[in-house]
Design a protein around this ligand. Structure first.
Ligand code: AHR
Length: 495
């Protein structure tokens, strides 16, 4: 079987914003406590941060990290996490039914971000709290000096402002599970008022309104429209969240999860543009896909009030890595409008890296497609218009067997084709017309593939699932040809 596509610099969709390489650190399970922060670990630095997690974060190429939640933020009092550690209160975290010691708060997170070389993205609590507390947090983080909150920050050790630009106005406020969840109208009004107050403190903020928690929410579409009707002038982004897993052993649909992500992206773009038309606005609101991943463990209620329990520590397989690769394709495909994204979460909790308490950290299978897409998906996305065979899926009907996107980086004269074979059994020959890329030659083909779709990495076997270099394809008469193994994620690079 064969699929074809074309690479042509004339068909440019949009520049890839580095902020699509974002991640998420929530006070949940062992993401903070035992993940980024483990002061008793032999490899902890002077601030108690795990050096191996910092190293892996840099290796992965993460640019932006959202914090402190997630569902956690909707009950969070940020003031608990500042000042001398010994005086910080221990609180019940109602979102995850755990004990929050507040050893890590906004100042520690800002320090961690500087060490990791990432930009922080803060969320404010619009569940149990509102305008005043959000404005105070912006003042604490960003005001230079001479006020109550900025002087307190200096007193607690951070003389210079943290200068945080990106702020989420709450989290998943459409979800009944959210502490103090709201109707679209109530949330829209609160988000508008909070945004205005935050911008009065610091006019240079970029603000994200909460979109739907996923495409299956009963209010999906109408939620975005109503929220944006209240907030269009004061926000820059609307958020999208999606998690995928195989249901009832249906791997054909699971491998096609990107079809759902594409549909969510297109629907939210359309809704943003509908509100733009309705409000006669000149600006466009872009998309922040600030939670996405494969997620297996289902939240349950049967928890104790402990700190840093092992929650949602999914062990990811080869199949999961291929799906993650396909989701990355979906994000790159609409680079013109998806200008921020955060895979959820960074470490231990549904994450591409896992730590052993007191021991090593290792890369999960899903680390690899992320690193490859982050490293080589630079420059601009090109419209590639693939044609080829289809595969049948119970959830989505027939879908293209080839899921593909491509980027062209004119700065360094390189291009990359990101190709997923969605068939569980059939290989696929891909022919790429590269005549428009003068004298293009392939420099590398790496693939994540294998016979065992359940193969996974563990602390004992950390490299069982890893990309393998394939034979370098050749370009003949302007056509690049390469083969995709069944159920595989591939990156073919050209110079
Ligand atoms: O990332 C885990 C959780 O998933 C987040 O706290 C929440 O926003 C989403 O439902």
């Amino acid at each position: 079987k064969k699929a074809s596509l074309t690479l042509d610099p004339a068909f440019r969709i949009g520049a890839v914003d580095p902020r699509v390489r974002g991640s998420f650190v929530e006070h949940l399970g062992r993401c903070v406590y035992g993940g980024i922060y483990e002061p008793d670990h032999p490899g902890a630095d002077e601030d108690g941060f795990r050096a191996d997690v910092l190293d892996l974060t840099r290796e992965l190429g993460v640019t932006t990290v959202r914090y402190p939640g997630g569902n956690f933020v909707s009950g969070y009092q940020w003031e608990d996490g500042i000042g001398p550690r010994a005086e910080r209160p221990h609180r019940l975290d109602l979102a995850w039914k755990t004990l929050e010691t507040n050893e890590v708060g906004v100042d520690e997170f800002a320090t961690w971000c500087r060490k990791a070389g990432v930009e922080p993205m803060m969320a404010v609590n619009l569940g149990t709290r509102g305008v005043q507390e959000a404005a105070a947090l912006v003042e604490y983080c960003n005001h230079p000096a001479g006020t109550y909150w900025s002087d307190l920050r200096a007193k607690y050790g951070a003389k210079d402002p943290h200068d945080i630009r990106i702020w989420c106005l709450g989290n998943e406020m459409d979800g009944p599970w959210q502490i103090a969840h709201k109707t679209a109208r109530d949330y829209g009004i609160l988000a508008n008022q909070t945004a205005k107050a935050m911008r009065l403190v610091d006019p240079n903020l970029e603000l994200v309104a909460c979109g739907s928690s996923n495409r299956a929410m009963p209010t999906f579409g109408s939620w975005e429209a109503e929220v944006l009707e209240h907030t269009y002038d004061v926000v820059d982004y609307v958020s999208l969240h999606s998690y995928y897993r195989p249901k009832d052993g249906d791997f054909a649909s699971f491998l096609a999860s990107g079809v759902d992500m594409d549909a969510m992206i297109e629907s939210v773009i359309a809704t943003c543009d509908y509100v733009k038309a309705k409000t006669r606005s000149k600006k466009s609101v872009n998309l922040s896909y600030d939670e996405w991943n494969v997620w297996y463990h289902v939240p349950g209620d049967e928890r104790e009030w402990v700190t840093g329990p092992a929650l949602f520590e999914d062990q990811y397989s080869l199949a999961d890595a291929v799906v993650v690769g396909s989701l990355l394709n979906s994000l790159l495909r609409r680079a013109d409008r998806v200008t921020m994204a955060c895979f959820a979460q960074l470490v231990n909790v549904i994450a591409p890296m896992t730590t052993v308490p007191g021991g090593p950290a290792y890369r999960q299978s899903t680390f690899h497609p992320m690193r490859l897409a982050f490293q080589y998906g630079t420059g601009a996305t090109l419209r590639v218009e693939p044609t080829g065979p289809q595969v049948d899926t119970p959830d989505f009907g027939p879908v293209p067997q080839l899921d593909c996107t491509a980027t062209l980086d004119e700065e360094n004269g390189s291009a990359a084709v990101f190709a997923v074979n969605r068939s569980l059994t059939e290989p696929l020959l891909v022919e790429v017309d590269v005549r428009a890329l003068k004298d293009a030659r392939a420099v590398e083909h790496v693939a994540l593939s294998g016979d065992d779709r359940d193969a996974a990495n563990t602390a004992e076997q950390p490299d069982r699932v890893a990309p393998r270099v394939q034979d370098t394809p050749v370009v003949e008469d302007g056509t690049l040809r390469f083969e995709l193994a069944p159920m595989s994620y591939n990156v073919v690079r050209l110079a």
